[in-house]
Design a protein around this ligand. Sequence first.
Ligand code: GLA
Length: 392
Amino acid sequence: MQDVSGIKKFHEERFGREPVLFMAPGRVNLIGEHTDYADGFVMPAAIDFATLAAISPNPNNNATVSSVNFGVSVHRSLDEIGTSGSHHWSDYPFGVLSILQQEGIDVPGFDMTLDGNVPLGAGLSSSASIEVASMLAMLHVAEASLPLQKIALLCQRAENDYVGAPCGIMDQFVSCCGAADQALLLDCRSLEYRLAPIPKHLSLVICNTMVKHSHAGGEYGTRRAEVEEGTAILRRHRPEVRLLRDATVEDLERWGHEMPPNVLKRCRHVITENIRTVAAADALEASDLDTLGRLMAEAHASYRDDFEASCREADIMVELAIKQAGCVGARLTGGGFGGCTVNLVESANAERFATNIAAGYKEITNIQPEIYQSHASAGAHRLTESAVLSKK
Ligand code: GLA
């Protein structure tokens, strides 16, 4: 966790008012990739890396958002937020404000400071953590409250409509509803979820390939369009297939030949990934780590070969990981095309694991990776004064 006294001081010096503080974490996804927008299953966990939002009301009809990370502020009239962004980091907080305005929530003038340590563009949901922290903060000054699930949905809308990134619900949901030491199995259709404890002797080790990815265009959207193309073909035969969640491997065997080969592969990934994800949650609950590790390996292979959303560097990272002592499972996590791998590693071996991976990866790729140790952490919440003081 970051030093929360830093952002408080920054805010007070900049805006002259004592702020209220909120945090929202990033996430890793243990399994279930590109299944959320097909109403499928995902099993992420919130992580120790988070965005902090410090907020105080101002008496004017405007909003200033200040980023400690970027060292800049953006100032806007509340009447000029609009409904689409301008490809700037401030689209995330202003997108959240726009959606709250559209929902009829009367957010008064405010000053907000954002500070975060979720690596940007690394597939760890820095965007969702900014959105969720911002929304909690703005709801506070609006003296409004919403259920966490609704907050997740509204933040997703901000990202889809204002930022223009066609993401699903996973990242915002787990940033809101994650729990300490637990993975979260989410049914992305009903939004029902159950928590499964991550065994105490395991660590989450996150290895950053340092290959950047971006969602606001490009490959993520292409994959989503391919999945939708395949779904439409199956729906012609089985109208009850609203999304790929409703389709089976048998459907693909029967009608897959009507799809372009790449579309067939994308659909096969999503349909089999849903099956693996539910099985992985059962395995985690039963402490069957062999099965969990095997499912993560199969998920990575499917992401690489059928969904074609991995990259050479991520494949190298995973291959290095599975050879290490104490590695239960490893795979590329998040939207794909770069970013981080998630590794479940016996804690006693975690340090050695990190050292070996960093050295091996550097040797093969000539890239110095970043390696983060994390726990599964709690979801978004207000930081109480005692939490602030205890960090000083
Ligand atoms: C990104 C999106 C999520 C999800 C994953 C892939 O993180 O924001 O909604 O689709 O990619 O599983």
